[in-house]
Write a protein that binds this ligand. Structure first.
Ligand code: PRX
Length: 653
């Protein structure tokens, strides 16, 4: 409730200036036409865009095949290649145009023109083929944020191999789960990465992951990012450059069916292991392309910097695929926002003339703490559009971003979407009147609504479930290897309401105000949003329970000023609870390190409390609401009479 109230007090509206309206490609009337067209003919709208925006080697005749709902196929008899669309089709007119500007952690800059990117991607595509990789094979990419990550992804797309990028911050265990689930034949990694002046080893995690799993992995290609030594396993591991030696700069892209999986990307759910979200080629690329044009007004003149790592969906759609498909220049940065100081982002924007900047609220809040002095030292006048993604942005951070970074001239595009949706779903266009904290409206061709659990539409300002009622091209196709989970998670109303098999249930609660603007309230399931990254409470609980001293664990989120949500863990030990403060502190440290090893540093609990039992009902259900109250440090006002043992609450306080 507190969240609902604090957001409701936000009533400011920011209108686009006349100057901005003149500058952007899409006017209000163009946008109205897009909505009108989509409203009249949903499939025709997307089909016309697919013909206009993408290059097809075989044109499609079928727009949407919905004969097997909730499995939808878009443009299914057409053929295309994603890498061709991102690179080759620009070569005739802009082979010398910059595709990638890369700034390394140490400040060194490397640039790639479209022609150079083409040659690199082709060489690496040929390398993959030479290593026995074919269309449909899975390739896991575990890389730092360097151009070779994009080259590897594009090369996979070029030969029709299905990539699965695993964020470099995930541990060997997490990496192993993902490698095993994909059945990958090949892993691409680097010996190490550089972040904030430190060397972060990566290859070691691949070795550890493959020691106990991944029998299907035949080769590991290792890019030497640093001069540090790296252990290479004979017969399995190959140096990137040695593997590439003698490979041609030309590779004929493999044309695939529109529905051919372009990639798998793992994301957390409330139960079970992370889900391998499967995306298609044609449908995915279409939304990636048009949302870059619509929301960011992206054109060939822009330098677009999306700060997301390629290990997340944002790094797929707004780094690797969308902006290149549009033919823009992307900026990639290897390091962290606070090294060598907290002005790094603004220095990069200045030095490379960044025009569009897209980041997460957590980064904005963190940098805001350093004050407005730092950004004011840099020339940010080239910026024209700012974006945010990952979690609701609090109005205070919005206003700071708007004035201190955007100089009051740049619209803030608050984009709501998910790994599963592939691209933006709710967001303003640059000329849309903006309300700080709201992600405005559903895009043309996206049929979003707020409903109750029986699927009935709710009134304005009533909080409920956010759903998307019609299929859209870039939607998830299935959960890799677990289609039942796909149906159950995303289409829970399949058997209960009319058209339930096409009603995608997002997992967020939200409401629409009287102007139709959407306000996201949070997750409805046990999924945490830590620094804009999704973590399942169950994953963290399983990691804790796998520690020899832990009998039971429950994890909840609590609001955190910078990270959005912090992780609070409640732990029951199978040894005595240490009585000394120092012993307790060292056990907390041990468990935090354990979780980092099991999942990755992002999943480390911020606080851990011990008790002799978890608060459970007599039927054995953990009362998470009570734990949330405890985590927030609030007084318990809920009814605790159904608890098996109310005294445990005192211990956890
Ligand atoms: O809860 C929503 C939140 O992030 C979730 C999706 O997480 P993930 O798949 O990791 O993708 C993050 C990047 C697209 C959503 O279910 N979320 C994402 N963007 C926003 C948001 N919440 C509020 N406002 C947003 N702009």
């Amino acid at each position: 409730m507190s969240k609902i109230e604090s957001i409701l007090t936000e009533s400011r509206v920011f209108n686009a200036s006349e100057q901005l309206k003149k500058r952007v490609a899409l006017t209000e009337s163009d946008i109205a036409q897009l909505y009108a067209k989509a409203g009249k003919d949903h499939v025709g709208f997307w089909s016309d865009l697919a013909r206009e925006k993408l290059a097809w080697s075989k044109p499609f005749t079928i727009g949407l095949d919905d004969s097997n709902a909730p499995h939808f196929k878009w443009f299914s008899d057409g053929k295309l290649n994603a890498s061709y669309n991102c690179i080759d089709r620009h070569l005739e007119t802009k082979s010398d145009k910059l595709a990638i500007i890369f700034e390394a952690d140490d400040g060194k800059v490397v640039r790639y023109t479209y022609k150079e990117l083409h040659d690199q991607v082709c060489r690496f595509a040929n390398t993959l083929v030479a290593q026995g990789i074919q269309k449909g094979d899975r390739v896991v990419i575990y890389m730092p944020m360097i151009p070779q990550a994009v080259i590897a992804m594009q090369a996979c797309a070029r030969i029709g191999a299905i990539h699965s990028v695993v964020f470099g911050g995930f541990s060997a265990e997490s990496l192993r789960d993902r490698i095993d689930d994909t059945g990958a034949k090949l892993v691409i990694t680097a010996n190490a990465g550089r972040r904030g002046g430190k060397i972060i080893p990566l290859k070691k995690a691949v070795d550890d992951a493959l020691e106990k799993g991944g029998d299907h992995v035949r080769k590991v290609i290792v890019f030497r990012r640093t001069n540090d030594d790296v252990a290479m396993k004979a017969g399995r591991d190959i140096d990137w450059y040695e593997a590439e030696a003698g490979m041609s700069n030309y590779h004929d892209p493999v044309m695939v069916d529109s529905e051919h999986p372009l990639f798998l990307l793992y994301t957390s759910g409330s139960t079970g292991k992370p889900k391998g979200v499967q995306h298609s080629t044609g449908g995915y690329l279409l939304n990636a392309h048009v949302t870059n044009e619509w929301m960011f007004d992206l054109s060939e003149q822009d330098v677009f910097w999306c700060t997301a790592d390629v290990g997340w969906i944002t790094g797929h759609t707004y780094v690797t695929y969308g902006p290149l498909s549009v033919g823009a220049t992307i900026l990639m940065f290897e390091g962290v926002p606070t090294y060598p100081d907290a002005g790094r982002f603004w220095q990069i924007c200045q030095d490379h003339g960044v025009t569009i900047f897209y980041t997460a609220p957590t980064a904005i809040r963190a940098l805001m703490k350093f004050g407005s002095e730092l950004p004011s030292q840099y020339d940010l006048s080239k910026l024209r559009i700012l974006g945010t993604v990952g979690e609701p942005i609090n109005p205070e951070a919005w206003i700071w971003y708007y004035h201190e970074i955007g100089g009051g001239r740049c619209p803030i595009i608050d984009t709501w979407w998910q790994t599963e949706t592939g691209a933006h779903m709710l967001a303003p266009f640059p000329v849309t009147p903006l309300k700080p904290g709201s992600c405005a409206k559903a895009l043309p061709g996206i049929d979003a609504a707020i409903v109750n659990e029986s699927g009935q539409a709710l009134e304005a300002n009533e909080g409920g479930l956010l759903v998307i009622k019609k299929p859209w091209p870039s939607m998830i196709r299935t959960v890799w290897g677990d289609d039942a989970r796909y149906q159950k998670t995303y289409f829970p109303m399949m058997d209960t309401i009319k058209d339930g098999a096409s009603c995608y249930v997002v997992g967020d609660s939200a409401y629409q105000d009287e102007d139709g603007y959407f306000w996201i309230l949070g997750r409805v399931d046990d999924v945490l949003n830590v620094s804009g990254h999704r973590l399942g409470t169950m994953e963290i609980e399983s990691a804790l329970v796998s520690h020899p001293k832990v009998a039971e664990a429950a994890v909840v989120g609590r609001p955190d000023e910078i990270k959005g949500e912090a992780i609070s863990a409640f732990v029951v030990l199978n040894v005595d609870i240490p009585t000394e403060d120092s012993e307790q502190a060292s056990l907390v440290q041990e468990l935090r390190t354990w979780v980092a090893k099991e999942i990755g540093a992002i999943a480390k609990p911020d606080d851990i409390r011990f008790g002799t039992n978890l608060p459970k009902t007599r039927s054995g259900k953990i009362m998470r609401r009570l734990l949330k109250t405890l985590a927030r440090g609030e007084e318990i006002v809920q009814d605790t009479s159904t608890l098996e043992d109310p005294s445990v609450l005192e211990q956890f306080k």
